[in-house]
Design a protein around this ligand. Structure first.
Ligand code: EPU
Length: 305
């Protein structure tokens, strides 16, 4: 039975701040995809918990949205309620920093440096939020969030507040139990990381250097979703795409970056279906030429079927 019953729709419509049939494309870094059936932006933990409890108890599908990076939303939009998590506070206690899920990783990297803490510089290359970074164990320049993670304050509909450490979260290469395992549907409220005391100026200089490097190797000023594919063991998806002669390949307004083969750029008005066709073409061509099966890392959300 569909979740779209009269009473469920009435409940959704009476939620404070909820918008119906609300555009999502502009809330993603790719700028692609259809609307959310319902969208609400929430900053208070209790309000977010209440929203997902309400959905779970009514069998209304829900999706937790952060900065909208690493996401490909279907042209036909997203079913149910999209909760945009915008809690952004942080607190520093000694060398530990607790950050709310909606805080951007890049912002937290600067906060840590300003507090003379080292070890979070890599986050200057992670475009998403803290919540999104936990969801997929985000990383850059060979460092991942799991390496500095103490614990996550989480929430499960029906069960309530929980504390998850890196082992419980099963953090792996661009994956976690939230993305692919027993914690699916779980909410990240905040994460605590442990850093080291150090020189903030050195941290800022390092971040400036890393950003220059990223500017030279990735099309960071374009509309994109970050890396499209996971790197296969011992190789680089970008290198394979280049070797397959696919840089600049196009489907509609979706084009493989000429700068970095693991990026697809939305030149303006690209459809999710264009991107999917391009992804499938790349996978088939890399397999045909090199016998290597690469897998998407971008999260495909919404009505694909
Ligand atoms: N390369 C090519 N052609 C290309 C792109 C890359 O030959 O078009 C070669 C490079 O010369 C280099 C190797 O492939 O020798 C690796 O490339 P790069 O250093 O750019 O790193 P990557 O493996 O492609 C990973 C992460 C990025 C992260 C960078 C920098 C994945 C899937 N990607 O990219 O993460 O920013 O390292 O640390 O793990 C993301 O996850 O969204 C993301 C952008």
């Amino acid at each position: 039975m569909s979740w779209r019953t009269k009473s469920n729709l009435a409940w959704l419509r009476e939620q404070p701040g909820v918008k119906e049939d609300e555009a999502l494309a502009s809330r993603t870094s790719f700028g692609i995809g259809g609307p959310a059936d319902f969208l609400v932006e929430l900053a208070r933990a209790e309000a977010i918990e209440k929203a997902i409890d309400g959905c779970a108890s009514r069998d209304i599908p829900y999706f937790l949205l952060g900065a909208g990076t690493n996401l490909l939303i279907a042209d036909r939009g997203v079913e149910g309620l999209v909760v945009r998590v915008v809690n952004r506070e942080h607190e520093i206690a000694g060398t530990r920093v607790r950050a709310a899920a909606g805080l951007k990783m890049m912002r937290l990297a600067r906060i840590a440096a300003d507090a003379n803490l080292r070890g979070f510089e890599f986050a200057i290359g992670v475009p998403g939020t803290v919540g999104g970074a936990i969801y997929q164990n985000a990383g850059c320049w060979g460092k991942e969030i799991r390496e500095v993670l103490v614990e996550v304050e989480g929430y499960m509909a029906g069960t309530g507040k929980q504390t998850w450490n890196a082992a419980a979260l099963k953090l792996g290469y661009r994956t976690s139990a939230l993305r692919d395992g027993a914690l699916q549907g779980g909410l990240v409220l905040s994460a605590t990381v442990h850093l080291a005391r150090g020189d903030g100026e050195e941290a800022r200089q390092m971040m400036a250097k890393l950003t220059r490097e990223r500017n030279e190797t990735q099309p960071i000023k374009t509309k994109n979703c970050g890396s499209v594919f996971k790197n296969p063991p011992g190789d680089s998806a970008g290198r394979l795409v280049q070797a397959a002669g696919l840089k600049g390949a196009r489907e509609g307004a979706a084009v493989i970056s000429t700068l970095h083969g693991n990026f697809i750029v939305n030149e303006g008005g690209a459809k999710a279906s264009d991107v999917l066709r391009l992804i499938e073409r790349v996978m088939a061509e890399v397999k045909r030429r090199f016998g290597i099966q690469i897998e998407p890392e971008v999260e495909m959300v919404g009505r694909w079927k």
